[in-house]
Write a protein that binds this ligand. Structure first.
Ligand code: F6P
Length: 342
């Protein structure tokens, strides 16, 4: 059995533990692995390398991905799909293990239904927005980094009597904002699932001031939207999957808070800092469990399946179902976050 392994989309802590687990589990079956570089781009350009026990030695604690990654969509440009098909054949691959989020696995689902490749999927994203799995690896590391940043910002907010706005990633789901916000004791958490009402935000800040709390920490997801649509004006850049490049919400929010309340308001955009560095123990273990299971799915020829976490069990689900719709924030969890607003 010859298996290609690729990572697509944004890099994410925990990718290397998955790659290591895939190779280590596959070795016991006598499988041969191929390192496809930079996601689907590597399969289009035949950019491949060897992948063996030595390649994966020492990578468990490393952030990012030793395979490289890209946001290449082989369904975008005419002729690319034929190239991919030909390369898959020439390489003599029996299967692919695709480690990625909604976009990478969306391509995987199409390749399977178009009869081009055999694929098993592994869910990756710091955004935790993939359906059919309770958690994706990478998310835990990200919320821990964001929590630490919020803790640090608390000291300056309190010392200087400032409002601190912290913008976190997460695309169109507010998981990072909600969980990092709860963990960091945010006074307000704003997510894409709930339109931002500036009157409510300012009322909460003023209420805090009235009870002597002359500082506030506001965590805002990059994908949050104002109720009042006139408040946002931004040039929209799209990636190969048609996604808008987000960012800038924190700045607009801070300006509006300062304008309405008169309180000094500063912004910190965590950006790629929250995606970098060594994975937490949780993400290393989850990545390892996912990697081992992915090889077992290939062994059982369960193509079209994605490994997933359900409670504390690793299961398999259909890739198609997993990419059908985004998993947005559970409103029961957001209701818990709201208990601490103000
Ligand atoms: O999907 C992961 C993610 O980090 C999102 O939270 C964010 O919107 C996006 O990727 C940023 O992508 P890039 O690194 O390509 O700008």
């Amino acid at each position: 059995m010859k298996i290609g392994v690729l990572t697509g989309g944004g890099d994410c802590p925990g990718l290397n533990p998955v790659i290591r687990a895939v190779v280590r589990r596959g070795m016991s079956e006598g499988y041969e692995f191929v390192r496809i570089k930079n996601g689907w781009k590597g399969l289009l350009e035949n950019d491949i390398l060897e992948l063996n026990i030595n390649t994966v030695a020492g990578i468990l604690p490393k952030g990012g991905t030793i395979l490289g990654t890209s946001r290449t969509n082989p369904y975008k440009k005419a002729g690319d799909l034929e190239k991919l098909k030909a390369n898959y054949k020439t390489l003599g691959l029996d299967a692919l293990i695709a480690i990625g989020g909604e976009d990478t696995l969306g391509v995987a689902a199409k390749l399977i239904s178009d009869g081009i490749t055999n694929v098993v999927g592994v869910p990756k994203t710091i955004d935790n927005d993939l359906s059919c799995t309770d958690y994706t690896f990478g998310f835990d590391t990200t919320i821990n980094i964001a929590m630490e940043c919020i803790d640090r910002l608390h000291t300056t907010a309190e010392s200087h009597n400032r409002i601190m706005v912290v913008e976190v990633m997460g695309r169109h789901a507010g998981w990072i904002a909600t969980e990092a916000g709860i963990a960091g004791g945010a006074d307000i958490i704003l997510i894409p699932e709930v339109p931002v009402d500036m009157d409510e935000v300012c009322a909460v800040i003023k209420k805090r001031h009235d009870r002597g709390k002359t500082f506030s920490i506001i965590v805002v997801a990059e994908g949050a939207q104002f109720k009042d649509k006139s408040l946002i004006t931004k040039e929209e850049k799209l990636d190969a999957f048609g996604h808008v490049r987000l960012g800038g919400m924190g700045e607009i929010l801070a300006q509006e808070i300062e304008r309405r309340t008169g309180y000094e308001t500063r912004v910190s955009v965590l950006g790629h800092i929250q995606r970098g560095g060594s994975p937490t123990a949780f993400d290393r273990v989850l990545g390892t469990r996912f990697g081992v299971k992915a090889v077992e799915l290939v062994k059982d020829k369960k193509f079209g399946k994605m490994v997933a976490l359900s409670g504390n069990k690793i299961i398999d689900v259909s890739i198609k179902d997993a990419v059908k719709e985004l998993k947005t924030v559970d409103m029961d969890l957001y209701a818990i976050a709201k208990v601490f607003f103000g």
